[in-house]
Design a protein around this ligand. Structure first.
Ligand code: ZN
Length: 185
């Protein structure tokens, strides 16, 4: 289990907190507590809600979320690295992580990481590969996709203030439901 020490959006409650990885999700301390209790006793939530007359929104019990449990992402993965060139003859290295032959993550890097002119292109490429990886983990590992996860990957792709991934995450962030007030649309 890997610890992530920056505060970021929790996949559970959506709040900005210190996160810990669990079953391809990242949860805060409070959500992890609930997850661990429910894992041990899956019927507890229903029973407690019934006893206390707490009404849970039906989305929480939708079977599309609970039907499949995601495959764990192991700490060590096999990866294949490809060397390739873009139209301007810059060399890029593309790595595909595999589980049993299935692609589950894609990374791209260049030897010219410090090159100032490449910064915006690197952040755009990072955006693409991070979002593809999210999709791949959904396709092959049954990771549940959420808006918050999409936003998190966009924000992690940003390398400079107001670059394209940050711009996109700011606009899309207006649709976060658990934020009290969105910015002007
Ligand atoms: Zn949380």
């Amino acid at each position: 289990m890997k610890k992530v020490h920056d505060t970021e959006i929790c996949d559970g409650c959506g709040e900005n907190k210190i996160l810990e990885e669990r079953d391809t999700n990242e949860f805060c301390e409070d959500c992890l507590l609930v997850v661990d209790i429910l894992k041990k006793n899956p019927h507890l939530l229903q029973r407690l809600c019934k006893l206390t007359k707490i009404k849970i929104p039906s989305a929480a019990t939708d079977n599309d979320v609970s039907a499949k449990s995601p495959r764990d992402l192991p700490d060590v993965l096999d990866a294949v690295r490809y060397r390739t060139r873009d139209r301007e003859q810059n060399t890029w290295y593309v790595s595909i992580s595999e589980i049993e032959g299935d692609p589950v993550e894609i990374f791209a890097s260049t030897a010219f990481d410090r090159d100032h002119h490449l910064q915006s292109r690197i952040s755009n490429l990072t955006t693409i590969t991070r979002l593809i990886s999210l999709i791949l983990r959904h396709v092959y590992l049954d990771e549940v996709l959420t808006l918050d996860k999409t936003l998190k990957q966009l924000m992690r792709s940003s390398r400079q203030k107001n670059d394209l991934p940050e711009m996109l995450s700011n606009v899309l962030g207006n649709y976060r439901k658990n934020q009290d007030k969105g910015v002007e649309k």
